[in-house]
Design a protein around this ligand. Structure first.
Ligand SMILES: [Fe+2]
Ligand SMILES: [Fe+2]
Length: 165
């Protein structure tokens, strides 16, 4: 039996939040910040992919009332994608690395907070436990095929689609 979709997404958020906290810790070295950002970029690329490809379209189809939330979420992902792409081309000692990461953290935290406090409860109310577990299975499958880096064609294509469409 698959895990509940919301549980899977929450676990991803938790992992990302832990990295963000470590980045902000005063005793974290510049070199360590570099590897934290690398890891965060990988997690965010996979997480964004499974939400964009599975969770958002399915929720939009099953719960049409949540359409506006889904559309706003796509836009928030898009902003984060742009920051992630720029950051992935930077070195930790670049002048703008720290500032850009801080802006990414602010954006992603706001987005995760909104998902957790507003969006997930609405989805949980609207879908049965069986449906949430079915969706969970689809999310885990999508994780297997998800790009790990924003430079991979499937990740880049999404960003380009969002800009031109
Ligand atoms: Fe999201
Ligand atoms: Fe999320």
């Amino acid at each position: 039996m698959s895990k509940d979709a919301i549980v899977i997404l929450r676990e991803d958020h938790k992992e990302v939040r832990a990295l963000f906290r470590e980045f902000e810790n005063k005793s974290t070295t510049t070199a360590r910040k570099g590897s934290i950002v690398k890891k965060a970029i990988e997690l965010l690329t996979v997480h964004t992919y499974i939400e964009n490809e599975v969770m958002y379209p399915e929720v939009r189809r099953l719960l049409p009332d949540l359409e506006d939330d889904v559309l706003e979420s796509y836009e928030e992902h898009h902003v984060a994608d742009l920051l992630v792409m720029e950051l992935s081309a930077m070195e930790p000692n670049d002048e703008r690395f720290e500032a850009k990461t801080t802006v990414l953290i602010e954006n992603v935290r706001h987005h995760m907070d909104e998902e957790e406090s507003e969006w997930f409860p609405k989805v949980r109310d609207g879908l049965s436990r069986t449906m949430l577990r079915e969706l969970g299975g689809q999310l885990l499958e999508a994780k297997e095929r998800a790009p790990r880096s924003p430079a991979q064609p499937s990740a880049l294509k999404k960003a380009v689609d969002a800009v031109v469409s």
